[in-house]
Design a binder for this molecule. Structure first.
Ligand code: ADA
Length: 552
């Protein structure tokens, strides 16, 4: 399933889901079947394989096609009938290629996948999460004409006389000069039509869309709207695209964050796309299982640490009113890593692709960047400044943030709209939680971050699943529960704090490079383990989030 709703009535789509041929050796001596979407680490013998793998399937057809890859980890290179069509870096953002003029018959699609930590890779590096190998999200084959609709971004603004909706429509064309009609409308409302002369490549058209009876989107009442755009010649529809959006406005003022005028207070979880059975290729049902647990825990938000997430997960959050902090791909990169020859291009590409494909999701209340990177240095600051500028140029409707761990040394708190800090009192150091939070707030008050909303973007402790010991030592489930109890109370009792994201929802795999600090080669700070089996802290979090949810 590409999305949780139909995106086309006219454009023909075929999801290439199922068993593909897979091999890693040039002589194909290890040829076998592999599930797509899927990652090779879930297949016996490939649990720790880091390198290049080949995936191959066939499809019947003729003419012009678009191949959409929702995620290939971490670099994919596409061949159709042996011809190289295109390539993309980064496991966490959608990309696509077009192939035109195919002869009638069966065609071979091969994807060369690499998850190596090589000299070209600036973002996928040894880290406290695992870079899997495979085609981790859906592949969609689409039949296209000479022009197709690439995206419809809807911006909603509440004015004196009510809501307005502006659509920014991007059309991709292989021809120049042809005249077509562009029609667009919000479901149930009057459509607007504009004559369009196609330009070769990408062109953008802005249309104001009538909306007489808009229902506002709020987390409590997640009213989703659909928007449809069509390219027509006469009354014949050449191509169509449907997306969803919400009438929402997010604002920041006087240290608070407002969602359609209501102050939001975050009771959230940091969630890696990682699962003990599926790696990072988490199927829809398992995504929803996670969100069922989040709701059972009286949580109301997810931080997509530390990269853009699967669109279907965002669809599920949209439908259930679960707020999302989505962030571009980066974790804990130092100045040297931020100076990598490919860092700026790979990081900016990730931001463009993230916002270009996720703009309409009303659940996303903030865009985050560069988790715990070098925001203590002038060099790092320049990159933070550039990236926030890029985000604002792509989306002026959402506040920005970044999660810092540089207490007392961060020099970038003037740049984001929301200040966010990762703190681990009682785990990495034995300061009582309330005392440390007080120190952090007092320091922020001396910086350019003063007066801005404050989110505690990470707080938590580790527990080895099932481990108990006299005296409740660190890594016991009892100690994790006790630490979280004190941490969450300290943060949630402070009305000046917008909210908290627990680190983390579920235990997640890390690379062997991190074995020393990560028993089981896992980040064990989940309140459930990698198979979503609950730890003692599950009940603690549910009790405390429940108390605060009731007060919200
Ligand atoms: C950092 C980082 C997380 C995780 C966490 C931890 O705050 O942002 O990705 O590594 O520390 O578990 O210590």
């Amino acid at each position: 399933m590409e999305r949780t709703f139909r995106t086309h009535e006219v454009r023909q789509q075929q999801e290439l889901e199922g068993l593909w041929d897979f091999w890693t050796k040039e002589d194909r001596s290890d040829l076998q079947k592999m599930m797509v979407p899927g990652v090779w680490e879930t297949c016996p013998g490939y649990e720790n394989y880091r390198g290049t793998g080949f995936f191959e399937t066939t499809f019947e057809g003729e003419g012009d096609y678009r191949l959409v890859f929702k995620g290939v980890s971490h670099t994919g290179t596409v061949f159709v009938d042996g011809e190289r069509i295109g390539s993309h870096y980064n496991a966490y953002t959608p990309w696509d290629v077009t192939v035109r003029g195919l002869e009638p018959g069966r065609h071979t699609l091969r994807v060369e996948v690499c998850n190596a930590f090589n000299s070209e890779s600036a973002l996928h590096v040894p880290n406290d999460y695992y870079t899997y190998g495979g085609i981790n999200r859906p592949v969609i084959l689409e039949k296209i004409g000479s022009a197709f609709l690439r995206s419809v971004h809807v911006t909603t603004v509440k004015g004196e006389s009510g809501w307005r909706a502006a659509a920014r429509i991007r059309i991709e064309s292989a021809v120049e000069g042809e005249r077509v009609n562009l029609r667009a409308g919000i479901c149930g409302e009057e459509t607007v039509t504009q004559l369009l002369e196609l330009k070769k490549g990408l062109q953008e058209v802005e249309l104001s869309l009538p909306c007489e009876s808009p229902r506002e989107y709020t987390p409590a009442n997640p009213a989703l709207q659909t928007v449809t755009a069509q390219l027509l010649t006469g009354e014949r529809v050449l191509d169509d695209l449907t997306d969803r959006f919400g009438f929402r406005e997010i604002s920041v003022r006087e240290g608070k964050v407002y969602f359609n005028g209501e102050e939001i207070r975050i009771r959230g979880f940091n969630r890696h796309e990682d699962h003990g059975l599926f790696g990072c290729a988490i199927p829809l049902q398992a995504m929803e299982y996670d969100l069922q647990l989040v709701k059972d825990l009286k949580g109301n938000a997810i931080r997509t640490c530390h990269y853009p997430n699967d669109e279907r997960f965002l669809d599920l959050c949209d439908e259930q009113g679960i707020l999302v902090w989505e962030e571009s791909h980066a974790r804990g990169l130092n100045e040297e890593q931020m100076a990598h020859k490919n860092f700026r291009s790979q990081s900016n590409d990730c931001i463009r692709e993230m916002i270009g494909t996720h703009y309409n999701h009303p659940c996303i209340f903030t865009w985050g960047i560069l988790n715990e990177c070098a925001s203590f240095s002038e060099f790092g600051r320049e990159i933070y400044r550039e990236q926030f500028e890029l985000i604002k140029s792509l989306d002026g409707t959402r506040p920005t943030t970044f999660a810092s761990c540089h207490f007392r040394t961060d020099i970038c708190l003037d740049l984001p709209d929301i200040v966010s800090m990762n703190i681990y009192p009682l785990w990495y150091f034995d300061t009582p939680a309330a005392d440390h939070l007080k120190e952090v707030k007092e320091w922020i008050a001396t910086t350019e971050g003063r007066g801005k909303p404050l989110i505690i973007s990470e707080i938590g402790a580790g527990a080895i699943p099932g481990w108990h010991a006299p005296g409740d030592p660190k890594w016991s489930e009892e100690r994790q529960a006790a630490i979280l109890r004190e941490q969450l109370r300290a943060v949630l009792e402070d009305s000046a704090v917008t909210g908290v994201f627990i680190w983390q929802f579920a235990d997640g795999r890390v690379g062997d490079e991190n074995f020393y600090g990560r028993p089981r080669c896992m980040n064990n700070k989940g309140i459930v383990d990698e198979l979503r089996r609950r730890k003692l802290s599950y009940g603690t979090v549910k009790e405390i989030y429940g108390q605060w949810g009731a007060k919200a």
